[in-house]
Design a protein around this ligand. Sequence first.
Ligand code: FMN
Length: 390
Amino acid sequence: MSKIWFETVAEAQRRAKKGLPKSVYSALLAGSERGVSYDDNTAAFAELGFAPHCAGLSGKRDLATTVMGEQISMPVICSPTGVQAVHPDGEVAIARAAAARGTITGLSSFASKPVEEVVEANPQTFFQIYWLGSRDAILQRIGRAKAAGARGLIVTTDWSFSMGRDWGSPSIPEKLDLKAMVQFAPETLARPRWLSRFARAGYIPDLTVPNLVQPGETAPTFFGAYYEWMQTPLPTWDDLAWLQSQWDGPVMLKGICRVDDAKRAVDAGMTAISVSNHGGNNLDSTPAPIRVLPSIADAVGHEIEVVLDGGVRRGSDVIKAVALGARAVMIGRAYLWGLAANGQAGVENVLDILRSGADSALLGMGKSALDELSAEDIVIPPGFTRTLGA
Ligand SMILES: Cc1cc2nc3c(=O)[nH]c(=O)nc-3n(C[C@H](O)[C@H](O)[C@H](O)COP(=O)(O)O)c2cc1C
């Protein structure tokens, strides 16, 4: 076994921290304000318990399921993350790893690789957008993704442009020009392996976001795009229903934490929702999604596919989420740390950890398939759940 194989997501995180320049690692860690939501996302999973059986267990377990019509080998999807400069293969490596493990990759519109290359690496690609720019610009953007072959659209609207983290935000240059390289030399030179990966690939990360424009057009920088996003009038529910009608295929609304919003997502014609607080990066003090999942799944689970993202670090977390009403989970940091630790193989390593952990949890609970799970299988401490907007 390769010595770069790691046994837990925690170990991948340690390696990411050791291997990435400080600013890049800190951009992956993200979070917001006091970090209450970031902490709660993982702490809440740890509060939930199992009551395993010791005999009469199932010798065969099936983790396969579907999300928005896509057959996947386990209930774990790579969530879209717009993050730059982790690895020269970036989102293409993530897409290849997801394809190798039989699952969907979500591609952020703030990603560093063109959607065409990502779909080629993994036909099961869901393209993610924010409400950014005019309706025309949005139509052109989703048109490009559709033409590339993206099978689903993820619309993320939970963003409140908060600034500042008590532990400090990364300093990210507007462009990686000579001036920025001199400024960042101390932290990048201290990470020779990261540097040599980019040197071997023959380029330096340029911090542009190619999928916001048409192929061949000059891509804006991340900051340019972020500024335009801040200037864009915020979407209404009618805008979202319009967007849904423009995409000929399944649409997921990502960022739901209230029952009333989940119902509006149903009314807007969405195929799926992701119960999410944006990985604790949005409005700090929003509860962990696993706490609000049961009420939302109860209210709309029969009308719309419900997935969850936020805080998933092990296979047992996946099983807890499925038992409480999720069809699947989406992961963010877990695969980003894997990518930083060991490129495509590191992302595959993370997906393998989640698969084998989910399989162990099913085994221990005496189940043979995901649809046998229910909330009755989980030890839920009093006061654990939150019901928002009911
Ligand atoms: C560095 C970083 C960048 C992200 N960028 C995006 C993005 O561009 N679009 C989006 O919908 N969500 C984005 N997210 C949120 C993830 O899709 C997902 O909701 C979150 O990471 C789940 O929490 P987890 O990291 O604990 O798994 C980002 C998250 C991180 C950590």
